[in-house]
Design a protein around this ligand. Structure first.
Ligand SMILES: [Mn+2]
Length: 357
């Protein structure tokens, strides 16, 4: 049985349940390898079953060899009701963040022979610390976007539409091997770059515009996340250079604090302090970053509200920004691996000055 399932069994035991129903899609994939859109895991001390339907049973056998594949005919809840009485599962945990209210009512009705216990963040907790195989997939996804960014820069020209540029970049990334985009690409220029999550619009790039790009791809189920801001033309205004330098200083200060044992909230505080010292505190409204893995946003949170201590093997983003309404904004985002003695930066694209293209 895989190391992941072994560690989960320990958590199941500590949570005082006899077994766990895993319904979160990313959690199912993380634990079993199964990539289909419909599957539920039943995991206990001596049980590892994957409940899925006829569309997926063949695929499941090859993707999840460590699991017994059980065919769902009606619904997985009814199948679980048939499977559970044979087992020693009396208290059954379920993922309260990955069950709809309707499913919960059905579980209450159909699984009345057991006690249902809501649990959360069990698998998400395991997912925080990556093994080197996971780091390798993330590194590849990060590298793909690094290479595509050079390609993209040649196409950033006055007269080009945000939507067209974003579409061409996504097409290029897919052709270079991305499974899919990790999230909707953010590409915003000029005053629109002050929208931290600006969707590509019909706006045309003009000389003097800041262009903020934030995109990521999925590779073997693992996400990358990347932001850079460049200037169209060759003549940045002083405020554009200034906010770029401040964001860069804040981002590097944050990366400099990352190591096993550091508190995520302290990293956020350090980044925020640099931006506040320069008088831009009101223009940095989001958190410093987030964990990255099979989901583009996962634990740990890199925010002032985070209670987490960084551990070796966590993969996080560091992505401060300054957004001046009606003027423009800058964000710089790298992906880093937390190591015992510091941060290993996976992102390779240079960031040392505001690039003018
Ligand atoms: Mn991000």
């Amino acid at each position: 049985m895989s190391e992941r399932v072994r560690r989960l069994r320990q958590l199941i035991d500590e949570s005082q349940v006899d077994c766990l129903l895993v319904t979160g899609r990313e959690n199912v994939r993380y634990l079993s390898g199964f990539t289909g859109s419909s599957g539920t895991l039943l995991i206990g001390a001596a049980v590892a079953q994957l409940l899925t339907d006829a569309r997926y049973t063949t695929q499941a056998r090859s993707e999840a060899p460590g699991f017994e594949i059980v065919n769902v005919e009606n619904s997985w809840v009814e199948l679980a009701a048939e499977l559970l009485p044979d087992r020693t599962c009396r208290v059954v945990g379920f993922e309260s963040e990955h069950v709809t209210h309707q499913q919960f009512l059905r579980m209450q009705e159909t699984l009345s022979m057991v006690e249902l216990k809501p649990l959360k963040n069990l698998v998400e907790g395991l997912r925080q610390v990556k093994d080197e195989e996971e780091v390798r997939e993330i590194r590849w996804a990060v590298g793909l976007v690094d290479r595509a960014f050079s390609w993209f820069l040649d196409r950033v020209q006055p007269g080009r539409k945000e939507r067209d540029l974003a579409l061409e970049l996504e097409f290029h990334l897919r052709r270079q091997g991305a499974e899919e985009m990790a999230f909707d690409t953010i590409l915003a220029s000029g005053a629109r770059s002050a929208l931290p999550h600006g969707r590509p619009s019909d706006k045309v790039l003009e000389a003097g515009d800041l262009v903020l790009l934030d995109c990521g791809v999925v590779h073997k189920g693992y996400c990358s996340d990347f932001s850079r801001t460049v200037l169209v033309g060759s003549d940045p205004e002083p405020w554009q250079n200034e906010i770029y330098r401040v964001v860069l200083a804040a981002q590097e200060a944050g990366i400099g604090m990352i190591r096993a044992g550091a508190k995520a909230a302290d990293v956020d505080a350090r980044v925020r302090a640099v931006i506040e010292e320069h008088g831009f505190g009101d223009y940095f409204g989001h958190s410093t970053g987030h964990g990255l893995g099979v989901q583009v946003h996962e634990a740990p949170r890199m925010s002032r509200f985070s209670e987490e201590t960084l551990q070796a093997g966590m993969v996080v983003t560091v992505e401060p920004g300054i957004y001046l309404p009606d003027h423009g904004g800058v964000r710089i985002e790298d992906v880093v691996v937390v190591r015992e003695d510091g941060a290993e930066v996976l992102t390779g694209t240079p960031k040392d000055r505001l690039l003018c293209v």
